[in-house]
Ligand binder design. Structure first.
Ligand code: FES
Ligand code: FES
Length: 155
């Protein structure tokens, strides 16, 4: 099968098999910022936005993403021009090996879009589907709170 979707604003033409998932076509196209942790929908490392909604890309058939808009963590910001959430993760020391970070940042983005100033319990609940083997989560929660405060202060 063949088709196209938009990834971070750019047209991406893809060829894929019937059972192939969005995660695989994204990574095959060079979007290795989308991580493959479990492939079963239980670790959150593959989170992306699909038409603005948070999805585990390992659970979305590539065929169902055709003609739709995908945003990966690279679409939120770059090293040269980071999103406030990405900057807060770096500043709070919330990145160790970094494998979980793209999914964490996407989950945090979705949280702050619906709840700009979440409390700790709300942050922990929103990140419930994201596994991190390194940090113990404390610095990640701190980073999300820091980003929320900065974004709120900027209006
Ligand atoms: S790789 Fe998709 S949830 Fe783990
Ligand atoms: S920083 Fe290593 S898994 Fe989270």
């Amino acid at each position: 099968m063949e088709g196209a979707l938009r990834v971070n604003g750019a047209l991406l033409r893809i060829a894929f098999g019937p059972g192939e998932v969005l995660l695989d076509v994204l990574r095959a196209a060079g979007h290795t910022e989308v991580k493959n942790g479990c492939g079963e929908g239980s670790c959150g490392s593959c989170l992306v936005l699909l038409d603005g909604a948070l999805v585990n890309s390992c659970q979305v058939l590539a065929a169902s993403a055709l003609d739709r808009e995908v945003t990966t963590v690279r679409g939120l910001g770059t090293i040269a021009d980071p999103h406030p959430i990405q900057a807060a993760f770096a500043e709070a020391g919330a990145v160790q090996c970094g494998f979980c970070t793209p999914g964490m940042v996407m989950a945090a983005w979705a949280l702050l879009a619906r709840n700009p100033l979440p409390n700790e319990a709300q942050i922990r609940s929103a990140l419930d589907g994201n596994l991190c083997r390194c940090t113990g989560y404390v610095k990640i929660v701190r980073a999300v709170r820091l980003a929320a405060e900065r974004m709120a202060a900027r209006g």
